[in-house]
Design a protein around this ligand. Structure first.
Ligand code: HDE
Length: 695
């Protein structure tokens, strides 16, 4: 029996449609440009494909459907093999102090000049869709669109790296990424293959100390330092060369989360850092960094008790002070994530006249890798023509053609030298890029310099330079990570290395793992030396006593005291914080004075881990109702456990009691907003032993 056709009435246009394109367009408003195909053909119906009849098959003839779906199918490009998850913003670099004695690079000699930048922050191990807050190094890549060409400082938020030679990079990354047979864990170093590789790679020990410190748990990308890591060279007009290390220092100071908080943020808001950066820029709180350099000569370098060409070593600020010569401000969010943040192509080989590379073997390998990776990722040798990658100064040469050539070169000449095109691009012997004239001698070979042999002294320097709290966090992170390692001999091998770094650290981690006996420490390849401690390596020492750039959450419910909420909010905003009202319903709460206070976040979706400090303002009835809500109990319990200041009124106190929280000096009366602001500016470190056992 034939099926009965249920056909909607023909519309005025005469077509039979179920999608109401016309009505949608009316909603969107008049005056919009026509929607076309990629060839410019105006489209009459963007809701329905071409059918043989209303309930019949779709026709292959529907070139509009095919163009749209084909484009969609090809929307993704290969994600970066490392640093896939990233967040970027536009801004400017301003030179505040001239380096003219050291370099001819205009970016470092023209004081007051503002150079456009595009800066991308990233995690390293996770895929593009992974969370923002794993324990991981952060990439800090800056593209400076200078008058003399693009200069990319492709760095990290840690001044050293895991390995000394580029040939080990694929092994390191394969070890940290998801294990190939099972496809997990995503964005986590706490698994066997990573620690197996690390335990066999003593050169990684210094970086491991940084990776296990709170540096890998940043509170905000606006609160991380950036480092170019390798030594570069500055070359002046006379051709003299000076070594340089690049540093970015955040204006808001350094701040990190605690591990339990980072884990809970990952669940509450996987986009925590991206959203934080977006909201800061949209609200005019532009992230800013000082730019500083460490300058030193070949002779000075000879006297260092380490080799500066070894990327597992840093130069303590106490040995070579930082000279601040500029600042970077990020003041514009990209218009389009894919076109800009995804397609931006950084290469350490992008530099300008007056700057040159050093012989760091890790850097030398990177000079090859990044161009190669862009060719594979972006698919064309013309990736430099994409708007985000194109220099903002004129550029011209005789390179031609290739996939997706977007420029239309004119004339018959595509070679140089030539006599046929007087206006074609030529060399600039006087001002063009020149490599530093260096004498190299020695035997060729696959060798590691003897001067790279000391793997423990700077790991020790880093650990011993930390505050007691930070040392406990490092030891606890090691216990956490190694407890996830199933292979016992890998755990033991790591403890052996830790004993070389600092016997007390090895002992603490061994205790935390429940090892019966201490393993034997491996024989160091070079004597371990005790360097002078460097407090500049701490985070707590560099955390600013401020609410600027920080966030306060105020938990309210029906019946909360309107005056108290308003006073606290004002005090927090006056102190530079952003404030969010959290309530059981997103529509807000009806306060004691009868007014309705809209909520910025609903309680279940806005837990306290998203804030730096919280206030809990509740009527007794409101507190009694929330005492039965797991989300409300977690709100105060986690705020306390994450060492945050808490302001409470009587109802807030009732909720704290229900949560089993015993107030300390960081829990203050909401009626004293001044006291709350004072304690909210920092974390309650003294509380930590009462809320968790640290190694
Ligand atoms: Fe990278 N790295 N890397 N890296 N790296 C990449 O290039 C590589 C290293 C860093 O936001 C890739 O465009 C090798 C050190 C950042 O787009 C790839 C070696 C430092 C970013 C690559 C290193 C970095 C990358 C993947 C050992 C700190 C993200 C996608 C010799 C100084 C840039 C891409 C962005 C990205 C290779 C080591 C920082 C595969 C071979 C050391 C911030 O080319």
């Amino acid at each position: 029996m034939p099926t009965r056709k249920v056909q909607s009435r023909p519309r005025q246009s005469g077509s039979t449609r179920t999608g109401n394109a016309g009505e949608l367009h009316q909603l969107a408003g008049a005056g919009h440009p026509p929607l076309t195909t990629n060839q410019g053909l105006p489209v009459s119906d963007n809701q329905n494909s071409l059918r043989a009849h209303p309930r019949g098959p779709t026709l292959l003839e529907d070139f509009i459907l095919r163009e749209k779906i084909t484009h969609f199918d090809h929307e993704r490009i290969p994600e970066r093999i490392v640093h896939a998850r990233g967040t970027a913003a536009h801004g400017f670099f301003e030179l505040t102090g001239s380096l003219a004695d050291y370099t001819t690079a205009k970016i470092f000699t023209e004081v007051g000049e503002k150079t456009p930048v595009f800066t991308r922050f990233s995690t390293v191990a996770g895929g593009a869709g992974s969370v923002d807050t794993p324990r991981d190094v952060r990439g800090f890549a800056v593209k400076l669109y200078t008058k003399e060409g693009n200069f990319d400082i492709v760095g990290n938020n840690i001044p050293v790296f895991f390995i000394q030679d580029a040939i080990k990079f694929p092994d390191l990354i394969h070890a940290v990424k998801m294990e190939p047979d099972r496809g997990f864990p995503q964005a986590a170093s706490a698994h066997d293959t990573f620690w197996d590789f690390i335990s066999l790679t003593p050169e990684s020990m210094h970086m491991v100390m940084w990776a296990m410190s709170d540096r890998t748990l940043p509170r905000s990308l606006r609160m991380i330092e950036g480092f170019g890591i390798h030594s570069f060279r500055l070359i002046n007009a006379a051709g003299d060369s000076t070594f340089v290390k690049f540093h970015w220092r955040p204006r808001l100071g350094l701040q990190s989360t605690v591990w339990d908080e980072a884990v809970k943020i990952a669940g509450a808001d996987p986009d925590f850092h991206r959203r934080d950066m977006f909201e800061a820029i949209q609200s005019g709180g532009f992230p800013e960094w000082e730019f500083a350099v460490q300058l030193f000569t070949e002779e000075e370098a000879q006297a260092f008790p380490f080799d500066h060409l070894d990327a597992t070593k840093l130069i303590p600020e106490e040995l070579v002070p930082l000279k601040v010569v500029g600042r970077m401000v990020l003041d514009r969010w990209p218009d389009n994530f894919f076109a800009e943040t995804e397609q931006v192509a950084f290469c350490p080989s992008h530099l300008v006249p007056g700057i040159d590379f050093s012989n760091d073997p890790l850097l030398q390998g990177r000079l090859f890798s990044y161009l190669d990776t862009q060719l594979s990722r972006l698919g064309s040798a013309n990736f430099h023509q994409l708007p985000i990658n194109a220099p903002k100064c004129p550029f011209a040469n005789q390179q031609r053609d290739g996939h997706m050539q977007m420029m239309v070169p004119k004339g018959r000449v595509a070679y140089e030298p030539n006599t046929l095109a007087a206006d074609s691009a030529r060399e600039s012997p006087a001002t063009g890029f020149r490599s530093a004239a260096l004498a190299e001698s020695g035997e060729r070979g696959r060798v590691r310099s003897e001067t790279f042999a000391d793997h423990y002294s700077q790991a020790r320097l880093f650990f011993r330079s930390q505050t007691g709290i930070e040392q406990a966090h490092i030891a606890s992170a090691l216990v956490f990570e190694l407890s996830k390692v199933e292979t016992v001999h890998v755990r033991e091998a790591m403890v052996g290395h830790l004993l070389n770094i600092d016997p007390s650290l090895g002992q603490r981690v061994a205790d935390g793992l429940g090892l019966d006996a201490l393993p034997k420490a491996p024989e160091p390849a070079a004597p371990i030396i005790d360097m002078a401690e460097s407090p500049a390596l701490q985070i707590i020492g560099k955390m600013l006593d401020t609410l600027e750039g920080r966030a306060i959450g105020i938990l309210v419910a029906d019946g909360s005291d309107a005056g108290l909420v308003a006073a606290l909010k004002k005090a927090a905003i006056d102190a530079g914080a952003s404030v969010k009202i959290v309530a059981p319903k997103v529509g807000g709460a009806k306060l004691a004075d009868g007014s309705r206070l809209p909520a910025d976040g609903q309680l279940a979706g806005t837990p306290s881990q998203l804030f730096d400090a919280v206030a809990v303002i509740l009527s007794d009835a409101g507190a009694a109702a929330l005492a039965k809500e797991g989300a409300a109990i977690d709100f105060v319990r986690n705020a306390f456990g994450h060492l945050k200041a808490i302001a409470i009124d009587h109802g807030g106190q009732v909720l704290l009691q229900q949560a089993g929280v015993e107030p300390d000096g960081g829990v203050v009366s909401a009626h004293d907003s001044g006291a709350f602001i004072a304690v909210a500016k920092t974390r309650q470190w003294a509380r930590e032993p009462s809320v968790r056992t640290l190694a």
